[in-house]
Design a binder for this molecule. Structure first.
Ligand SMILES: [Zn+2]
Ligand SMILES: [Zn+2]
Ligand SMILES: [Zn+2]
Length: 447
């Protein structure tokens, strides 16, 4: 392991001098990580946060270790620690950073993977900001992924680039505009007016009259304004109704006020139960991020299936067995192949994360077209096989129409589907695997 104090050239320093060997810089533009891979900041809080933000947004320098002498609001999210942690963390980080093979124009997944994997201490931390519409943001994600960061988070978690760890907070958001800027007000349950008042009331036992206590008060004693009975003993002459609130607008009496959440951004009023509840987590590195950091994303498999897909090894056997059953006992099943056209090109153009987002939307719609009893299997990166039991020619023609209709759905238009069907039973020959590949590449004519 390297001992930092023996490597004086490693640390560039921005700001006031510190009690260790460093290379002082006049300003950030002079920091060359090839010369000094570690940046140490000893700046006033505002200035330090600005520098941290600039470094993590900089495509050529965002991966390098940055430490701070003093904490600033953004340092827990964007720096790698404080000065006392530098010696412990840096050697391991530099060793791992050297193992990465970053390429130009990385996609979002790669950036996050390359950043998180070399940092054993990595945590993605949320930050509450009054100016932020949803209340919390993830400053590091904003730096690495830019404007799409917030929208990408659920996807990054479901793809296991990030793994939720500690629950930090639970926020309620407006269900019209997703704003966290809400005002909760007590209102009249009858007319929703905000002018309500807690007023003690009296219920006369003699005539049943109910009114504000003020209306019963006459020269210091309680007297019913309706039947003029003097009310001396609570429980005997009168009692107090549970409805202790009164609406000053519609004069209704009620026990408990209703609560309304009014959005400061869009003005909509909601019942608290209708608000979107959003848990805010701290995240750590997920399994896929480790994989991407070491292997890259080019080999990454795009999952095209849903539910509990059958592994490809078993599919030819199942096909063969079903075909034999049908030949012997009658009935008709359908073999269906769906190919997603130009998936590789799309992936090169949009990056893996966005391609996965589009695919996920497509698969959700596809899944809705099939039954639980249909067998689904991913044949290749861009091809799905389905075995649909008990389907007639008309059934699958309808289905084929519905699948092809997805090509015209807004937002999915970059993905084009191609459908091929084969009614079963058919003549499969001795090698079902071979038959499948011939059928898929078109060397056996379509049914
Ligand atoms: Zn009375
Ligand atoms: Zn009212
Ligand atoms: Zn709103």
């Amino acid at each position: 392991m390297m001992i930092m104090s023996e490597q004086p050239g490693q640390i560039a320093l921005l700001g006031g001098s510190v009690d260790r060997v460093t290379q002082p810089l006049l300003d950030l533009s002079l920091w060359d990580p090839v010369q000094q891979p570690v940046l140490l900041l000893n700046l006033p809080a505002d200035e330090q946060d600005r520098v941290l933000h600039v470094v993590r947004c900089d495509p050529s320098r965002y991966l390098y270790p940055v430490f701070c002498v003093l904490q600033s609001p953004l340092s827990p999210m964007l720096a790698d620690g404080l000065l006392p942690q530098l010696d412990e963390r840096v050697p391991d980080m530099l060793e791992r950073l050297a193992l990465l093979t970053p390429r130009e124009h990385p996609d979002d997944m790669e950036k996050l993977a390359w950043y998180s994997w070399p940092r054993a201490h990595f945590r993605l931390l949320p930050r509450w900001q009054a100016g932020c519409r949803q209340g919390y943001s993830y400053p590091l994600l904003d730096c690495l992924l830019g404007a799409d960061a917030g929208a990408s988070l659920p996807q990054l978690v479901s793809e296991r680039l990030l793994q939720s760890e500690q629950l930090v907070d639970r926020v309620r958001l407006c269900n019209s505009c997703n704003s966290a800027h809400l005002n909760f007000v007590d209102v009249c349950p009858e007319c929703s007016h905000i002018a309500i008042q807690a007023k003690p009331a009296v219920h006369c036992f003699t005539c049943g009259h109910v009114d504000d206590q003020d209306a019963f008060m006459q020269q210091g004693i309680l007297r019913c304004p309706k039947c003029v009975t003097t009310l001396r003993h609570i429980g005997v002459d009168y009692d107090r109704p549970l409805e202790k609130y009164r609406c000053l607008s519609c004069h209704a009496r009620f026990m408990e006020a209703a609560v309304q959440a009014r959005c400061h951004e869009c003005g909509h009023a909601h019942k608290p139960d209708d608000l979107v509840v959003s848990p805010i987590y701290e995240y750590r590195i997920g399994k896929l991020a480790r994989h991407i950091a070491r292997e890259g994303t080019h080999q990454l498999h795009l999952p095209l299936t849903w539910g509990a897909p059958m592994v490809m090894d078993h599919f030819p056997w199942l096909l063969q067995w079903n075909n034999s059953l049908l030949q012997r006992h009658g009935g008709s099943h359908t073999l269906l192949a769906i190919r997603v056209e130009h998936l590789a090109e799309l992936r090169a153009e949009l990056g893996l994360l966005k391609t996965q987002q589009r695919l996920a939307a497509l698969l959700a719609r596809l899944q809705a077209l099939f039954r639980d009893t249909d067998v689904v299997c991913q044949y290749s990166d861009d091809q799905l096989l389905l075995l649909l039991p008990h389907t007639s020619v008309e059934d699958w023609q309808v289905l084929q129409g519905r699948i092809l209709a997805l090509n015209n759905v807004e937002g999915l238009d970059a993905l084009t589907l191609n459908v091929k069907a084969e009614p079963l039973p058919t003549v499969l020959g001795d090698d079902t695997g071979l038959w499948l590949s011939h059928w898929l590449d078109g060397s056996i004519p379509d049914a």
